[in-house]
Design a protein around this ligand. Structure first.
Ligand code: C2O
Ligand code: CU
Length: 702
């Protein structure tokens, strides 16, 4: 990060300094007297020194890149070394000695105009061009820094180098021409500064035109197609052998046999056939009606919301392991359509609720029914996966709790804590932006299900007044979680931590964020003082918490297939708009890779964040076992995640078993990023989807 900022600042500085020095150096030859030439030569010698400072900065930044470890962080950036180093060397080996000699040679007859020999020496390319090369090299360096990303594409480096070479030769020849014109004429050339200015302007316009064309092209190429099938992505087979993957038309899919999805039988199955049991009576049923409402929060503020059953968050859904849950979704009046996605629950693919991947968006007046057997006990949440950024922001989400088949331990006080930022009202727990008070009898087991539903990188939580355990992460229990005191919890967008403790006989306070303005005060009678929140204290680290225990696979397993996912930033276009984009393997949806797997395979993915901000990566339909972070193995309890926060410079290795055939989204749960193209998917061999996304379809999953 520091390397990146240093490189950026040095490159910009180098462009400015070298440009000025280049302009000044090319004007020496027009000095009217020897004294003036003498002074100019001296001054530009100082500019040579100024120009060296940013060049050194660039070189130092590449050393910092190298120190950051993995080659994915620096391989392409090694290009900065010659781009800064070669012009700097030329400045000192070619230009500086000439400037010095010119200074000495112009000492004798200060008041006379410089003779032709002096003028042609001042016009020599070796005195001027190195500064101009410095500016051009830094422009190329900046371009590489802003647009190149991993995996390394040699062409993205070779092209700027080639252009640089051509420009360099052209500049050198132009200077050579000018100085030979001086020698031929036997006198200095007339000084016409406005002509030179005009020449520079013309060059700028020419360069502008040359750049405008590819720029325009890139803008056009980034336009999303009117419709496209998610299963037509850029197949990435990782380290394994290619799988059968053909893009079939929907009709062909419907006639294909239902059985054998992803089993390598060569048969094609549609996501529509990957459903929960159709012929069993549901154990639990709900109806969720989506509608536009203005909601008054419990704390008084009013919010223009999109709601399920007229409330924000939507109603809490509960079921027990083994039960068949049926949820009927009715869209009353959400113009753009809605769906229901069960975040973190590994449901059959056809029940996953992703518009354009597993179903069409449910439009006003329509309804859709989801049915599946819940198999994991834990804390989950549901949200619309149609226009999910806007929908979640406005309230189309709620908590989904799956209790063990025998129910929660008797007497448990079970509290779901959905934290959300309501536009115009501020941060809230559920529908309350203030302090909630709850009375809990001492001795009661308490479970707080912390869920961060924000389009926000992290939320921090602190629990004061008792020791506690983090009993589960992302809906999966941890093994033997130990007691924590004064440890704060940083929870990524979409992630869940279950916090447990036994109620003591004094107040306990759950604080959200800092400043004691938002939280839950728990005490025997609901009264008590709110403790002052401290901002410091260690942050909970899931890699070394709890105790290891047997898992079906682990870091030493033999993997059938391995993938690499590099998260990064790059300057470019997405759907016609220019800016800093968040990329996966250098691409934006729909050019992001589609990881191809076969049912039964054991998969390992290395997730590397080369960019500047956190990305909570969320894989649908599977839980990833976190193997290591930055090369260090997870040493505590097995840590299963469905929404993994990958910070800048971090490298995670995760593994999962491909046991849930389908077409699964894998995206950043900063939904703003997902909506800007930071989205890809996992695809099983032999699976096909008849649904499409894009402008011409009703489906806009992000
Ligand atoms: Cu919580 Cu793809 O979403
Ligand atoms: Cu992101």
């Amino acid at each position: 990060m520091t390397g990146y900022m240093l490189a950026m600042a040095s490159l910009v500085l180098s462009i400015i300094i070298c440009s000025i020095a280049g302009i000044k150096a090319s004007a020496i030859m027009f000095s009217r007297t020897e004294a003036k030439m003498h002074r100019k030569a001296k001054k530009i010698f100082y500019w040579a020194i100024y120009a060296t400072v940013p060049a050194a900065g660039i070189l130092v930044s590449t050393v910092l890149f190298l120190l950051s470890g993995h080659s994915v962080f620096w391989l392409d950036r090694l290009a900065l070394i010659p781009l800064a180093g070669v012009p700097a060397a030329m400045i000192w080996l070619l230009a500086a000695p000439r400037l010095k000699r010119l200074r000495i040679a112009t000492g004798r007859k200060p008041e006379t105009p410089p003779g032709v020999r002096l003028v042609s020496r001042a016009a020599h390319p070796a005195l001027i061009a190195p500064f101009q090369f410095g500016a051009l090299g830094s422009i190329a360096g900046l371009y590489i820094l802003l647009t190149s990303t991993a995996p390394f594409r040699p062409l993205s480096i070779a092209v700027p180098f080639l252009l640089l070479l051509v420009a360099g030769v052209a500049i050198w020849t132009a200077h050579l021409n000018r100085s030979s014109r001086v020698s031929l004429a036997g006198e200095g050339l007339p000084n016409r500064p406005w002509m030179r200015l005009l020449g520079r302007l013309a060059a700028a316009v020419l360069i502008g035109l040359a750049v405008a064309y590819p720029f325009y092209n890139a803008k056009e190429a980034s336009q999303l197609p009117a419709s496209l099938s998610m299963s037509a992505g850029a197949a990435d087979y990782g380290t394994g052998l290619p799988l059968v993957h053909e893009h079939h038309h929907a009709k062909a899919v419907q006639t294909a046999a239902a059985a054998g999805a992803g089993t390598g039988t060569g048969r094609i199955v549609s996501v529509d056939q990957l459903k929960g049991p159709a012929d069993r009576q549901p154990d639990v049923s709900y109806t969720l009606t989506a509608s536009v409402q203005t909601i008054k929060l419990r704390s008084g503020e009013s919010v223009d919301a999109w709601t399920y059953n007229g409330q924000i968050p939507g109603p809490e859904l509960r079921a027990r392991v083994g039960q068949l849950i049926e949820v009927k979704l009715v869209n009353q009046d959400i113009e753009g359509g809605v769906t229901l996605h069960w975040h973190g629950l590994d449901v059959p693919n056809g029940e996953d609720g992703v518009a354009g991947a597993t179903q069409d968006a449910v439009m006003p007046g329509e309804s859709y029914t989801y049915r599946f057997v819940v198999e994991q006990a834990g804390s989950f949440w549901y949200h619309s996966h149609q226009m999910s950024k806007e929908a979640v922001d406005k309230g189309l989400f709620g908590s989904l709790v799956v209790e063990p088949s025998e129910g929660l331990p008797p007497g448990t006080k079970d509290i779901t804590v959905l934290t959300h930022l309501w536009r115009g009202a501020g941060f809230a727990i559920g529908d309350d932006t203030g302090i909630q008070r709850v009375s809990i009898a001492p001795g009661t087991p308490v479970r707080l299900r912390l869920t961060n539903t924000d389009d926000w990188v992290r939320q921090s939580y602190s629990l004061t007044g008792t020791a506690f355990q983090v009993a589960a992460i992302d809906g999966t229990d941890l093994n033997n979680p130990g007691d924590l005191i004064d440890v704060s919890l940083a929870l990524t967008t979409g992630g869940r931590y279950d916090v447990t403790f036994v109620m003591p006989d004094k107040p306990v306070f759950l604080g959200v964020g800092f400043g004691s303005r938002l939280g839950i005060l728990m005490s025997a009678d609901g009264t008590g003082d709110i403790p002052v929140q401290r901002e410091s204290g260690p942050v909970f680290d899931p890699t070394r918490y709890g105790q290891p225990t047997e898992t079906a696979f682990g870091a030493d397993s033999v993997f059938d297939r391995q993938f690499r996912m590099v998260l990064d930033n790059k300057l470019g276009f997405y759907n016609g708009s220019f800016g800093l984009q968040y990329t996966i393997n250098g691409e934006l949806f729909p050019n992001t890779p589609m990881f191809m797997v076969k049912k039964g395979e054991l998969i390992k993915t290395t997730i590397i964040n080369r960019g500047a901000v956190d990305h909570p990566m969320h894989l649908h339909g599977h839980h990833m076992l976190v193997l290591s972070r930055n090369g260090e193995r997870v040493s505590g309890s097995p840590w299963w995640s469905d929404t993994l926060d990958v910070g800048p410079g971090e490298i995670y290795e995760v593994a999962f078993i491909a046991n849930n055939p389908g077409l699964w989204m894998d995206h950043c749960h900063n939904l703003t990023h997902a909506a800007a193209g930071m989205s890809m998917h996992l695809m099983y061999e032999g699976v096909e989807s008849p649904y499409e996304v894009g402008r011409a379809t009703p489906n806009h999953p992000e």
